[in-house]
Write a new protein. Structure first.
Length: 526
């Protein structure tokens, strides 16, 4: 790797330490660092940070989130899929042929984050589970100052979410969103966190909290039941990967979209990006086209694995990816359809410790505050992952009882020559695999440092030929891309729509921690 000084304008500089935590919110990073100082390991730190983020960044995640994680235990990489399943009453007929709503109780699949915290702690943690809740409970009870990004996004979501069951009482106690720097308290959430800590998660799935969730669902005419919660189980899974110029990017297998990044990198491996100037029209064009090809296939074929029509390996078949690469025309943008493979709101954080354990973890309520539903008296804010299902019969991702929906949140991990190199991730719905690709290309093809790769201007494919570009991209490059048929569009929330990345990279006996100026991020270590 080249120098670690960013070649782009940035307010951040990477940090170096033997133990590092990097998250999208400074208080959460410090919560993770506190458990490391108390004798915990990287998993303890990641879980403590994740729990704290439900309090200090509630616009993106909550107790009722889903979660995915990749853990390097010092010798090997293991994946955890903690996404929830559809209530057993959910069928296309249940929704009357209408799309699944994006808000309200009938968008809520069973949340997996609480079970993930317990599973990760039980399998890898060193500290008592209850210790991981200390900072989160403190901030929920005593209050925490609202950080700038949280204040901005909180206010922007009020018009749509005001009036959802329980939302106003929890998040608009004064009839408005809290202002930047204002102290905000979540006492009901503090009590629920204590119940979860003391019961190692059981209260959420089989105890008092489960009863309160199911009762509130019934009051609002939803099909979500106690038995749906009690039957939840997370899955330990083998990650999938692709080697790109010596950097092997690891992702979790479906039902998530990590395969988009691997497919796109497989297509890009047939192009000499090093011969294309960084941030040039040629380099950006081929990345955009490769990602569009990858999305076309994934949106058609990827679902809960038992429902997939083709084996996962078919989408990563080398000959198939070579054929897909041949469809790219360097002179013009295209709106690709899917191919025919051979048969056969979100928070991201990273943590690493001096003993060599590294964690890449992401948890989310999906669309900001998710469903908008908050169970009264509990502070439990619930995701709306059910909206990820289709109701189109015959499609792999069609809703069905007990089925997992297509998922957007994906943690990433990079190895080199079989050894752990970096925890890598980026939040932002469909931006996530696009971000994984852009970060990987910058580091692998252009020898950019992690901080430079994070600071660099990003693009985001929207739909068809529409692409959004960050303002830092050179105007001349944008004109060249327009000449090839790309249609630049402006996204509503400016920089926030391009995600927020965190990277922790092993550097000999220490780690480099890099974070993103696009949110309230902090990389911290000792």
């Amino acid at each position: 790797m080249a120098t670690h000084t960013s070649v782009y304008s940035s307010l951040h500089r990477p940090i170096y330490a033997r133990n590092v935590v990097s998250t999208s919110q400074s208080l959460a990073s410090q919560a993770g660092l506190a458990v490391l100082r108390a004798g915990g390991n990287a998993v303890d730190a990641a879980v403590a940070s994740a729990i704290a983020l439900t309090v200090v960044e509630p616009i993106s995640n909550g107790i009722g989130s889903d979660l995915f994680a990749l853990v390097w235990d010092g010798k090997a990489l293991q994946g955890l899929n903690a996404s929830g399943r559809a209530p057993m009453a959910w069928t296309p007929e249940y929704f009357g042929g209408h799309p699944i709503p994006e808000r309200g109780w009938n968008s809520v699949s069973v949340p997996g984050a609480v079970a993930a915290w317990a599973d990760l702690s039980k399998r890898y943690g060193k500290l008592p589970f209850s210790r991981l809740f200390d900072d989160a409970i403190h901030y929920a009870e005593e209050g925490f100052p609202i950080s700038p990004f949280v204040a901005q996004r909180w206010a922007s979501q009020i018009p749509e979410l005001r009036g959802q069951p329980g939302f106003n009482a929890a998040f608009l106690p004064q009839g408005r969103a809290p202002a930047e720097g204002e102290i905000f308290r979540l006492p009901d959430q503090a009590r629920s966190l204590r119940l979860i800590a003391d019961s190692e998660g059981e209260s959420f799935y089989r105890g008092e909290l489960a009863q309160r969730m199911s009762a509130h669902a019934a009051e609002n005419g939803a099909a979500f039941t106690e038995s749906d919660l009690a039957s939840h189980q997370n899955d330990w899974v083998q990650p999938i990967s692709h080697d790109y110029r010596g950097l092997r990017l690891h992702e979790l297998p479906p039902n998530g979209q990590g395969i988009v990044a691997l497919t796109a990198l497989g297509i890009l491996s047939h192009f000499d990006l090093r011969a294309m100037e960084v941030d040039s029209a040629d380099s950006l064009h081929v990345q955009i086209e490769a990602l569009k090809l990858a999305f076309a296939d994934v949106y058609r074929y990827v679902a809960d694995p038992p429902a997939m029509e083709i084996p996962l390996e078919a989408l990563l078949d080398a000959d198939y990816l070579k054929a897909r690469a041949a469809l790219i025309d360097m002179r013009r943008a295209q709106d690709f359809g899917h191919g025919a493979p051979p048969g056969g709101g979100t928070v991201y954080l990273a943590a690493a410790d001096a003993q060599g354990m590294m964690v890449s973890l992401i948890q989310s309520n999906y669309m900001g505050f998710g469903s908008g539903v908050v169970v009264p008296g509990t502070g439990i804010s619930l995701q709306n992952r059910g909206a990820g299902f289709s109701v189109q019969a015959g499609r792999p991702n069609c809703v069905a009882p007990g089925k997992r929906p297509f998922h957007t949140i994906i943690p990433g991990f990079v190895t080199r020559n079989g050894e752990a190199l970096m925890s890598l991730g980026l939040m932002g719905a469909s931006m996530q695999p696009q971000g994984h690709v852009q970060l990987t290309v910058r580091m692998a093809d252009y020898d950019q440092s992690p901080q430079s790769a994070i600071d660099a201007p990003r693009f985001r494919i929207v739909e068809g030929l529409q692409v959004s570009f960050e303002p830092a991209l050179a105007a001349s490059t944008l004109e060249q891309l327009k000449a090839r048929g790309h249609v630049p569009v402006t996204l509503t929330d400016g920089y926030t729509d391009f995600g927020c990345a965190q990277i922790i990279q092993r550097e000999g006996s220490v780690y480099l921690g890099a974070c993103d100026l696009r949110r309230d991020s902090l990389a911290a270590g000792y």
